[in-house]
Design a protein around this ligand. Structure first.
Ligand code: PMV
Length: 279
């Protein structure tokens, strides 16, 4: 059984839909899937059903899934589940997946269930792993990070909107072209700095503010971001975001992440620690 890891978008969500580069990385939260024969006793959601189908499995097939990735939080849960199910079904059928390209194409089919017209960044990072630079329609670039990056993921609550709805919201946003352009330029800088092993905290925070301006961050997440900024943190929502209720996960950087952890523990807010690159 292979563990398939979730992901964070370090820079460039939403602007990636408009052809700009985005940076994404695997995180240490994963999912495993196992075919258990008869599916009648197994609860299967839309993604799992589609994944069994695209892998060429019988719809009656049962698949057990164990996941550490919070669902609907912008951490790539649906792409990771799809990938794990496809791999296990093809293994079970005796025709294992042979290439990452093949897996990527099948995961993309599943992503359309929740995303409508996904850019492909989630599928790309889940399938290829590590740190990637992704531009729609171009080959996926695997990058070697210059220096490991420790991050805190802070849960602002599950968005009620789907990724597709958030992408549609951005399409109607005021000043969209200019904001997308700025995020695209920032992402290029993030790419260069990551490879060089330089600090990206300021760029991350700038990207966070631009996403707020773009209108994908709700009030609850906005308020929390500003509180964390007062502690000296750099903050950015990761993934599609959400406005009516939660906005998913915030990526938080600080030169002493314990300051942020203590603050969140006092407020009984859940958070995860993750490291990009290194062990
Ligand atoms: O579904 P999420 O939260 O991982 O967001 C995907 C990133 C978007 O740029 C918002 C959409 C896309 O298709 O790239």
């Amino acid at each position: 059984m292979r563990i398939i890891n979730g992901k964070v978008i370090l820079s460039g969500e939403h602007s990636v839909v408009y052809g700009k580069v985005a940076l994404a990385a695997s995180i240490n939260l994963g999912v495993v899937a196992k075919v258990v024969g008869d599916g009648n006793s197994v609860d299967k959601n839309e993604i799992v059903i589609r994944a069994i189908e695209v892998a060429g499995g019988d719809s009656k097939l049962g698949v057990e899934i164990e996941s550490e990735i919070p669902v609907g939080a912008g951490l790539g849960s649906s792409a990771a589940v799809a990938s794990a199910v496809i791999l296990s079904v093809r293994e079970y059928l005796g025709s294992p997946i042979k290439s990452k390209k093949e897996l990527f194409n099948l995961v993309m089919e599943c992503e359309k269930v929740a995303h409508g017209k996904p850019s492909g960044i989630d599928a790309a990072v889940v399938v290829y792993g590590g740190l990637i630079a992704f531009t729609k329609g171009r080959p996926i670039e695997k990058l070697a990070i210059g220096k490991p990056l420790e991050l805190l993921l802070v849960d602002t609550g599950k968005p009620v909107e789907t990724t597709k709805e958030m992408v549609e919201l951005v399409a109607k946003a005021r000043n969209r072209e200019d904001l997308i352009d700025q995020i695209g330029k920032l992402s290029l800088r993030v790419k260069n700095e990551l490879v060089l092993g330089n600090d990206i905290d300021e760029l991350l925070d700038n990207n966070g503010c631009l996403l707020e301006e773009l209108g994908v961050v709700g009030e609850r997440a906005n308020e929390l971001s500003n509180e964390l900024r007062k502690l000296g943190a750099s903050v950015k929502v990761t993934g599609a975001g959400g406005v009516k209720e939660g906005s998913g996960m915030l990526l938080v950087r600080h030169n002493d992440l314990n300051v942020v952890r203590k603050y969140l523990d006092r407020r009984k807010m859940s958070h995860y620690s993750t490291k990009i690159g290194g062990r």
